[in-house]
Design a binder for this molecule. Sequence first.
Ligand code: MG
Length: 241
Amino acid sequence: MARAGRVVRGCLDLLGRTIEPGITTKELDRLAEKYIRSEGGIPTFKGYRGFPGSICASPNDMVVHGIPGRVRLREGDILGVDVGVTMDGYVADAASTFPVGEIAEDAQRLLRVTQESLMKGIAQCRIGNRVGDISHAVQTHAEAHGYSVVQSMVGHGVGRDMHEDPQVPNFGPPGQGPELREGMVLAIEPMINMGGFEVEIGADSWAVYTKDGSLSAHFEHTVAITKNGPLILTVAEVAGV
Ligand code: MG
């Protein structure tokens, strides 16, 4: 899973360096697929329940699950990119939201706080804690900054399949839910809206938008629970692997 995670990170880093005004999300998708396959991985999302892309590319008020296409990015946009890679039968899954050129200060703040919320959640990934401790940490940080947490979609266990038990909500009380045990691997993925938490599905029945049209950000890591604490697998180098 760490090998898959390294390719996920390499792909996100490559896309982060490539994203600029004028590029289309389809061009990013082609680049991502080429990179993942050149590293010996399989783009997990491609064909998943009929999803046509190798990445999800979700601009501005789109929360997640954007099908890459003719959307041409413009200066000031933000773009959520979600990448899944399968290697040797195991999956890693991560997402980042990138600025396109110069973005407004309030958008910068949304990106920063969403990433911080993810890291607050990851800090709770300790043996003996419960899933609700992750959920509560994410929600508390996001709401303290006046943002709302998407509730209809959640993080998840990850392993041989992209979506395994348990579900990992980004909201809820601490001390509840399944206990975290050594060796569990979770995809933690706050989806944070600048406005209300409500979302709606687009005409292609994939894209998820904020109902009020406000900006939304998404950051995700695949994280293993170890006796030494949380081990993030979707980074360039995983210690000891
Ligand atoms: Mg995920």
